[in-house]
Design a protein around this ligand. Structure first.
Ligand code: SF4
Length: 355
């Protein structure tokens, strides 16, 4: 590790070290769980620089890819009501379901880029139900909690589809088909939950886990640290993004999140319900819960024919293994959720020219 840290900002030397440290006789599967990490890895061509035994695999790092089809269909149906306006983030609008997308089938919907916009729209439309479809990982839950803290106008409710990153990673390490050897933990999520949130992976499962930022050098450093730990036989939690990520995370954001939300069994697209893997509004906030106010049903998911997005988000397949990739499924004509957003692995691979 000392040798690694001496060359922490020299990509050429880090790549040299990666080749020196990589095992020659076995594969090492390093998973990232962040669309921005996958973006850096793919667009920098980092995979082509790795030794043959090192596999860099994208995992569940794309919020709209894992949002349940049931929640999206409920959002579409809410937007079709004359008395309602649905608000959500831009990436969500084009995610396909068996009945189409919010953009193709929705009626009254608006794109927002930050939760505070909900307040303005609610005040401008006092006679309408304003439903904020809040989706994503810990990084979007915290701003939604901050919005609630600001006191919502009476016409606002929230349809939550919030997921927890450590919980899906725990499912992955227990799945032998995935076969994860190490994690690069997501920088943005770590800034909220803290580096310590990932301790369970080295301590309970012997999986090296390194928190990293988004610059190529920082990711190369993370891979080098992982390989040094594997060589030493000492899996640990390491944080190479200390300028941004603290051990305990953002305490204020966490306090706010758990003031309004509690852990719940939630539905991941293509994966199904995972116990305590998401956040739902606490019962005392049922008055702002769109699921309760509109008595929203759970709608059975239908697999999109030919789409293997469920396998891609679990690190069981690469985008180029999908028969539809780049042929009928492109960012302009997405057939599955992984092709819609700039954080989806299929979208990233397509834009980077990977075939
Ligand atoms: Fe699904 Fe399209 Fe990706 Fe294939 S290329 S897995 S159809 S999103």
């Amino acid at each position: 590790i000392e040798k690694v840290l001496k060359v922490y900002d020299n990509p050429e030397k880090l790549i040299h070290l990666i080749h020196e440290l990589a095992p020659k006789d076995r594969k090492v599967k390093i998973m990232n769980v962040c669309g921005s990490h996958e973006h850096t890895i793919t667009f920098s061509g980092m995979r082509s620089l790795m030794p043959e035994t090192i596999e860099l695999v994208p995992g569940p790092g794309c919020p709209v890819c894992v949002c349940s089809e049931s929640d999206i269909i409920n959002a579409i149906k809410l937007s079709q009501r004359d008395d309602t306006i649905l608000l959500t983030y831009g990436d969500m609008l084009r995610v396909p379901t068996k009945i189409g997308s919010i953009r193709s089938e929705g009626k009254n919907y608006k794109m927002i880029s930050a939760p505070h916009e909900v307040l303005k729209i609610a005040k401008e439309n006092p006679d309408k139900n304003i439903v904020f479809f809040s989706i994503g990982f810990e990084t979007t839950t915290a701003p939604t909690a901050a919005l609630i803290e600001m006191e919502l106008p009476e016409n606002v409710t929230i349809l939550t589809s919030q997921k927890l990153t450590p919980e899906i990673m725990e499912i992955l390490v227990k799945d032998s088909e995935v076969g994860v050897d190490a994690f690069v933990a997501p920088g943005h999520v770590s800034a909220i939950v803290g580096a310590n949130a990932w301790k369970r992976f080295p301590e309970n499962y012997g999986i090296p886990t390194v928190v990293a930022g988004f610059e190529p050098e920082n990711l190369l450093l993370a891979f080098t640290v992982i390989l040094a730990q594997i060589k030493d036989g000492k899996p640990k939690l390491e944080n190479v993004y200390k300028g941004v990520v603290k051990d305990e995370g953002n305490k204020k954001a966490l306090e706010l999140m758990y003031k309004y939300f509690e852990k719940a069994d939630v539905n991941w697209r293509g994966i199904g319900y995972i116990p305590k893997s998401g956040l739902e509004l606490k019962k005392e906030y049922n008055n702002i819960n769109a699921r309760v106010k509109f008595n929203l049903p759970e709608i059975k998911e239908e697999k999109i024919s030919g789409c293997i997005c469920d396998k891609i988000v679990l690190g069981k397949a690469y985008p180029s293994q999908c028969k539809l990739f780049g042929k009928v499924c492109t960012p302009r004509t997405p057939k599955g959720p992984c092709m819609v957003s700039g954080e989806g692995a299929c979208n990233i691979w397509y834009r980077a020219g990977n075939q």
